[in-house]
Design a protein around this ligand. Structure first.
Ligand SMILES: [Ca+2]
Ligand SMILES: [Ca+2]
Ligand SMILES: [Ca+2]
Ligand SMILES: [Ca+2]
Length: 370
C-alpha cells in the first residue's frame, strides 16, 4: 500500500500548539470531515477514491503533509513550545513539502502555500487502494509559530468501495410514488413481524403493510405512522427528474437490495445526484444501509430521516447519532437520526454504511447499529 504523510507548514497565531478550529488557527479537513475537532487523532473519515484536503491558516503559509500507519496523541515533540506530532514519523512518507526549502524552481515550493485568504486545498481523484489509507497530518510553518512549526490534528482516512449499484428490476419512477414488491424466497421479519412484501417508496424509504408517498419526513410520522419503515434516506426525491430506483432479490442468498442511484432531490438544481441503498437479509433480518454521493440539493435539504422504526407509536423518540454504534434496549425501539433536529450536525453519512442487526433472533429486536 502506498503511504503518504502530510506535514503542513504555515505561519499562524502562536499560542496554541495543536490546532483546534479557533479563528486564525490552521484547521484541516478531509472531504469536509474533521474540521474543528480538538482531537489529536481523529478517526473514521471515509472517502471514495476522491480526496479533498482543506486547510485554513495565515495567508502565505506553507504546507507539508504526511501519512502514517499509526497515530498516538502527542507522541513526538517538535520545535519549541509544546507542539507535538501525533503520527508515527518512522512509518510516514512525506507527501508534500512546500516550506520553500526545496531546490530553487521546484514547483512544490509554490504549490502548498496558503492564499491571501489563508486557504490551501488540494484534491486527488484516482483509484486508491480500498481500506485504511492511514493517518494524515499536516504541519504549518512560519516565524509566527513557536519553534517555527505548528501541527494540525491528525485524521484517519479509509477508502471504501462504491456501496450502491443499480439493480435489474425497476422500482418507482414517478415523483412521490410507490411500488409493491413480493419477496420470492422468504418473508422478511422486521420487529418480530413477518412480511411477505414491501413497498419501495420513491422518497428514499421502504414501508411494510402499505406504501407511503409522503415527501415531508418528520420524526412524529416516522414513529407513529402505521407502516413499519426502513429509511436509508427519507427525503423528497424525484426519480422522474433523473437517476433510477431499482431492486433485486437474490433468491439463492435471500438478499433483497434496493438502490437509489443519482436521484435528484425534488426541484433541485441540475446536477443534484443522490445515491444510496438498502439491503434486507431475508434470512437473518439484518438491514444494511449505504450511502455514496449525496448532493442533497446542494446541501440545502436538511430534513432527512435515516433509520428504522416499527411505526404505530410503539417506540419512544430515539434520535441518535448514526455515526456511532448504538444498541437499543427494547424490542420495539426505533433507531434513527432526524437530521432536521441538527442534534448531531448535518447529514454526514455519505460514503458510509451502517448495519442494523436484530439481537433477539432473526428479525427480532432490540436492534443495534454499527
Ligand atoms: Ca409528512
Ligand atoms: Ca418526491
Ligand atoms: Ca428535503
Ligand atoms: Ca453523525
Amino acid at each position: 500500500m502506498r503511504l503518504f504523510v502530510i506535514l503542513c507548514v504555515l505561519a499562524v497565531s502562536p499560542l496554541i500548539a495543536q490546532t483546534t478550529g479557533l479563528p486564525f488557527m490552521n484547521d484541516f479537513s478531509v472531504n469536509g470531515q474533521g474540521a474543528g475537532t480538538v482531537s489529536n487523532c481523529n478517526a473514521n473519515i471515509t472517502v471514495q477514491d476522491s480526496i479533498t484536503v482543506d486547510i485554513s491558516a495565515l495567508p502565505g503559509a506553507g504546507v507539508i503533509g504526511a501519512l502514517s500507519q499509526s497515530c498516538s496523541p502527542g507522541s513526538l515533540p517538535i520545535g519549541l513550545g509544546t507542539t507535538t506530532i501525533d503520527i508515527d514519523i518512522s512509518t510516514s512518507q512525506i507527501w508534500i513539502d512546500a516550506t520553500n526549502l526545496l531546490a530553487t524552481g521546484n514547483p512544490l515550493n509554490n504549490f502548498a502555500t496558503a492564499n491571501a485568504a489563508g486557504a490551501w486545498s488540494f484534491s486527488i481523484n484516482a483509484a486508491l487502494p480500498v481500506g485504511l489509507l492511514g493517518w494524515f497530518q499536516c504541519a504549518v510553518v512560519g516565524a509566527a509559530y513557536p519553534g517555527g512549526v505548528e501541527m494540525t490534528q491528525a485524521h484517519q482516512v479509509t477508502n471504501i468501495s462504491v456501496q450502491c449499484t443499480a439493480q435489474p428490476s425497476t422500482g418507482p419512477t414517478g415523483d412521490d410514488t410507490t411500488v409493491n414488491v413480493v419477496f420470492q424466497s422468504a418473508p422478511f421479519t422486521f420487529y418480530g413481524t413477518t412480511h411477505n412484501d414491501v413497498w419501495i417508496n420513491s422518497n428514499g424509504n421502504l414501508t411494510f403493510t402499505a406504501g407511503d408517498t409522503d415527501f415531508t419526513s418528520t420524526q412524529l410520522e416516522f414513529l407513529n405512522d402505521p407502516e413499519p419503515r426502513i429509511a436509508p434516506c427519507w427525503d423528497d426525491f424525484s426519480p422522474n427528474a433523473g437517476g433510477s430506483v431499482t431492486y433485486n432479490e437474490n433468491v439463492a442468498t435471500g438478499q433483497f437490495d434496493v438502490s437509489w442511484i443519482n436521484v435528484p432531490h425534488f426541484a433541485a438544481a441540475v446536477g443534484d445526484a443522490n445515491s444510496f441503498c438498502a439491503s434486507l437479509n431475508l434470512v437473518t433480518g439484518e438491514i444494511s444501509l449505504g450511502w455514496d454521493t449525496m448532493g442533497l440539493n446542494g446541501g440545502t435539504s436538511v430534513d432527512q430521516i435515516v433509520g428504522i422504526s416499527p411505526g404505530s407509536g410503539l417506540s419512544l423518540a430515539n434520535n441518535v447519532d448514526l455515526s456511532l454504534p448504538f444498541a437499543a434496549l427494547s424490542v420495539n425501539d426505533a433507531i434513527y437520526e432526524d437530521f432536521s433536529q441538527v442534534a448531531f450536525g448535518a447529514f454526514d453519512l455519505a460514503v458510509n454504511t451502517r448495519l442494523f442487526q436484530p439481537t433477539g433472533g432473526p428479525g427480532a429486536g432490540p436492534y443495534q447499529v454499527f
